[in-house]
Structure formats: C-alpha cells, structure tokens
Design a protein around this ligand. Sequence first.
Ligand SMILES: Nc1ncnc2c1ncn2[C@@H]1O[C@H](COP(=O)(O)OP(=O)(O)OP(=O)(O)O)[C@@H](O)[C@H]1O
Length: 364
Amino acid sequence: MDSDSDVPMDGAPSPIAAPAPLFSSGKGKGKAPADGLDPPSALSDNLPWVEKYRPVSLDDVVAHKDIISTIEKFIDLNRLPHLLFYGPPGTGKTSTILAMARRIYGPEYRKQILELNASDDRGIDVVREQIKNFAEMRTLYSKGFKLIILDEADMMTQAAQSALRRVIEQYTRNVRFCIICNYVNKIIPAIQSRCTRFRFSPLPQKEVEKRVMQVVEAEHCNLTEDGKQALLKLSKGDMRRALNILQACHAAYERIDETAIYNCTGNPHPSDIEAIVSSMMNDEFSTSYQKVSRMKTEKGLALQDLIAGAYEYLDSLELPPQTRVYLLDHLATTEHRLSTGGNEKVQLTALLGAIKNGVELAAH
Ligand SMILES: Nc1ncnc2c1ncn2[C@@H]1O[C@H](COP(=O)(O)OP(=O)(O)OP(=O)(O)O)[C@@H](O)[C@H]1O
C-alpha cells in the first residue's frame, strides 16, 4: 500500500496519535516499539492509561478473536468491505480499527485515514463536505483504498446518515468506511446493509484481568487481591473503565484495595449495602429508617446507588421465589420513580415498607 506523506491532511493526527506503547504482546513488554513511534517518555507519562496502553497491533486486542481473524483475512485478500462495529463502550471497537489501519498502512497510517467522532460537527454538511473532500482528494494521490472512520455514528442525524449512504456508494472504489457505534438500531437500515457487521460484546473478566495485570506491573501499582476483584466487578467488561479506575486509584492511594476502589469510584461499599439492607429487613421500621438515613448522609450515598447495590446483594441471599420477585419489582419501581423526579425521602420510606412486606411474605 502506498504511503503518500506529502498529501495535505484533513484528518490531522490528534496529539495522542503516536503514544509510546509500553508493550505489545508478542513483541516484548517495555521494548521501544518497532514502528518508529516515540519511545516511552514524559509524553507517555502524561497520557491517560487508556491511550498509553491502547493496543498497537491486532494481536494486542484482547478477546474478539473471531472478529480479528475475519478482518485479517479481509486484509490479506485485499477485500476489505465497509465495516460496522457496534457494542458497548470500552470493548475495543476503535482500538481494533486503528490497529487494522496500522497493519494496512504502517506507521504513517494516520495520513491515510479520516477519523470523525461525536465531538465533530455531525450534521449533513460534514457528510457532504468533509468526507467528500477527503474521499476525492485522496484518490488523486494514492492507489488502493483510504479509510474513513466514523466513531459514535449513532449520534449522527438521520439526514446525515441518509447523505452518507450516497457518499458510501459513490466512493466505494477507493474508500472503505468503518462505522462505529454503541447502538446499532440507531443506524439506518440502508447503511447497515452496505456494511459487514461485527458485534463487540463486553470483555470476559479473565481478559480484562490479564490486561489490567500487565498495566499494574508496568506502572508498579500496589493492587491487592480484593482490590482487583472489586475493579473487575465494577468495570463490567469495559476495559476503558477498568484502566481509568485503576489510574485514578493509583494517583490517590499507595495501596489499592477494595475500599480504595469503591471510594474512588463513588460506588457504595458492599459492606455498607449489606448493613443497610439487613437493617431494612430486620430492624423495626423507624429505627431502620433513621439508621439508613444516617448512613446515606455519612457515606454520601444516593438512593439510586443503594438500589443498584441492593439489587446485587439480594442476588446473594436465599429467598423464596415469590419474595424475591416482590422485592425486585419494588426496587425497579422505586428506581423508575426516582428517575422521573420522585422525592428521595418518600421513595426511601416506600422502599423500606416494601422490604418489610417482603420479609413478612417470606415468613408465611
Ligand atoms: N479488546 C481490547 N483489548 C485491549 N485493550 C482494550 C480493548 N478494548 C478496550 N481496550 C482499552 O480501552 C480503551 C478504550 O477502547 P476503545 O476506544 O477501543 O473502545 P470502544 O469500544 O471504541 O469504546 P466506545 O464505544 O466508547 O468508543 C483502549 O484505549 C484500550 O486501552
């Protein structure tokens, strides 16, 4: 693939375009990267870890092995279709396409791609002008195809998406589009049918753990076992969240244990949730109300956090099915009322009443 470094660039590289990756699996941790990027430096020290440890090659992308091998086949056969990557945040969609671009174009890949995301203007003008200009200009200078990455495409207006449909068709000969979004149902069917779709599911805990432990070692974090478990639980298969929490805790605490993780993320500590729910179940109504209100104030908990924690805690309790259903239904109702502006105090008393009823139900 040609690299046309003289081409004027409308897809200018971002300041984080060339982070110094500290490791790239298969190449050896801590080595200076072989692709001519800056070695680890003050620049990389200032980077958020999610960027510092963004996968460099397709091999570095954890999980999604089927997707990676399919894409590699496309590249090897030089038959890359338009791509549509969708799935929850922090699962590697952007990382995969950037690693793919690096694989196709080499270290100068930034010059061959146009990357647009939600912070850019996503109106119809962008589609008609910026994309069109890029697509047209590139054909004058280079052979092969160029890549346009539309990140967060589900935020594009319907009109812009419709305009994109024509642009995709017009430039199919020399441009490939990679459309990235969280919610595929927000992408109009006409665009979906022009792309090969890949779903990026939440990352398995084991894979997140492996990557986190590499970062822990490289950054010399003091992460305890219970801290690691809390981190993995809270990140819910989102690698970005895992690395961000780890970095924040590393900055704030010498030793990253479970408490540090919960404090740093503002999530209620499981022991507080346990204390609250058991008080709601066992103490007399007004005693429990006072205790829960006091804990809420002391720990700075919102009723919403408490509901999320109680939901998980109930999972660990042995309850008759009828009681469980009753309690879950009330948690859901309270959550909904809060989201529509319900008063916290009123909702707390209502929830407390429902839990008391649930306990009575279980006793009969
Ligand atoms: N599969 C993965 N393998 C290795 N690192 C990953 C993976 N997924 C995410 N990461 C890490 O999380 C960061 C964010 O990932 P990325 O930007 O690729 O997520 P995304 O799926 O595009 O999310 P969003 O939908 O929010 O744009 C990356 O910089 C990388 O450090």
